[in-house]
Design a protein around this ligand. Structure first.
Ligand SMILES: C[S@@+](CC[C@H](N)C(=O)[O-])C[C@H]1O[C@@H](n2cnc3c(N)ncnc32)[C@H](O)[C@@H]1O
Length: 391
């Protein structure tokens, strides 16, 4: 039996080419609304996340449940209580098209055993259980309150996969080996928990969103080889997920900094600052180089032109690059021990010199001792060194 709203969402995604045919029956069968709490937060254009209560605004709530949008169910590990809006979303029902894209890349077949990291609401685990059967699916959630909710949601919808409460970084050794591992929280580049490789059968696949602090990066599909090794390529998917909890990086804030600091180290650049970030392909290369660093864009006001900020919250290094529609040069100001703009510009020039490779040109390699990434497209120039020695 299907629900009208869920069917309508399925039709919309199908028309947009975002419903992989093998997943259509499961997607139509599992009612997303059954996995959402009554009080959630949804993003409104220009207004950021806004609280939404099912009792007070039923129509908006149902609309959010059956639309291709993220519905946040927790901020700041539950420390920020609805209707307050917190700083860091820590659980959500992910965007349906992103989930479906990842399930498509996972390429799971009947009979496969699948481990999901990050149960969240339980919705994705229900899709997997509907597709493969309860006995084939294990899912792990770190947060005890979310774990309880997910179990209740799954049971109410009639699904009984194995749901564990614990750190997904350790995998589920008691149910290994798996044919597929799917992470619905992002891992930091170079820090994929090796237990996932060890618990996947040779030939099996791990699908995981990878990030740097500058940017949510690609979803990487790894193929596991014998002896604890795996090789991955970026899938053509753009998703933004929450970080694996132990791998969270400081968000950083700009308090105490002035974009026009008269004491800053100041120089002019011919490079339009925005071009450095204007696309995932170059942002990925810049983020790879500027480990630990965050960025913000301030649109122009009466007080300032466009300002592009870089900040390393750990060393309190910062850079502000100002620009407008006028031709350059543009002013860059920097402070703290790192010269972040120089690092960003060097990475950008390297990317240009290398032929502007797309994020899909990167290959990710894992052994029990080391994780690194490399460009597979032909390039004459040596690849940039990163802080953690990755090449
Ligand atoms: C984007 S949500 C997952 C969405 C979920 N799959 C769904 O269908 O609703 C990310 C989840 O990962 C969980 N998480 C973060 N770090 C984790 C870890 N180390 N182990 C297990 N779960 C983790 C978060 O608590 C959060 O619930």
């Amino acid at each position: 039996m299907t629900v009208a709203g869920q069917d309508q969402l399925a039709d919309e995604l199908c028309a947009a080419g975002q419903l992989p045919p093998p997943w259509a029956p499961a997607f139509r069968a599992v009612d997303r609304a059954g996995f959402l709490p009554d009080r959630v937060w949804v993003e409104e254009e220009g207004a950021g996340y806004q609280p939404l209560d099912r009792a007070a605004e039923p129509q908006r709530w149902w609309q959010a449940a059956y639309s291709n949008q993220v519905v946040v169910t927790q901020f700041d590990d539950g420390d920020t209580v609805w209707p307050k809006v917190g700083r860091r979303p820590t659980c959500s029902a992910s965007m349906p098209s992103a989930i479906l894209g990842m399930l498509d890349v996972l390429d799971t077949q009947p009979g496969h055993r699948v481990l999901e990291i990050g149960t969240g609401t339980g919705y994705n685990a229900a899709l997997l259980a509907q597709y493969l059967g309860d006995d084939q699916v294990s899912t792990i959630e770190l947060d005890p309150a979310l774990y309880e909710l997910a179990r209740a949601n799954l049971a109410a919808a009639g699904y009984r996969p194995s749901v564990l409460c614990g750190d997904g970084a350790a995998g589920d050794p008691s149910s290994a080996p798996f044919d597929r591992v799917l992470a619905t929280a992002t891992v930091r580049l170079g820090e994929l928990p090796h237990a996932w490789v060890a618990q996947t059968a040779p030939g099996g696949r791990i699908v995981v969103p990878v990030r740097t602090e500058i940017t949510s990066g690609p979803v990487v599909a790894f193929t596991v080889q014998p002896e604890g090794t795996a090789t991955g390529r970026a899938a053509p998917l753009s998703v933004g997920f929450m970080e694996l909890r132990a791998q969270r990086s400081p968000l950083g804030d700009l308090s105490g900094l002035r974009w026009d600091d008269p004491d800053a180290d100041t120089h002019a650049t011919e490079l339009t600052p925005w071009t450095v970030f204007n696309g995932l392909d170059q942002r990925w290369v810049v983020g790879r180089r500027l480990r630990g660093c965050r960025w913000w864009h301030w649109p122009p006001t009466r007080e300032h032109p466009h300002v592009l900020w870089l900040l390393d919250p750990t060393s309190r290094s910062w850079a502000s690059a100002t620009y407008s529609t006028d031709p350059g040069p543009y002013t860059v100001r920097q402070g703290g021990p790192r010269r972040l703009w120089n690092e960003a510009e060097a990475a950008y020039h390297w990317w240009q010199h290398a032929g502007q490779p797309s994020v899909e040109a990167w290959e990710f390699l894992i052994t029990p001792d080391r994780q690194h990434d490399r460009l597979t497209a032909q390039t004459a120039s040596p690849q940039p060194e990163t802080d953690d020695g990755m090449t």
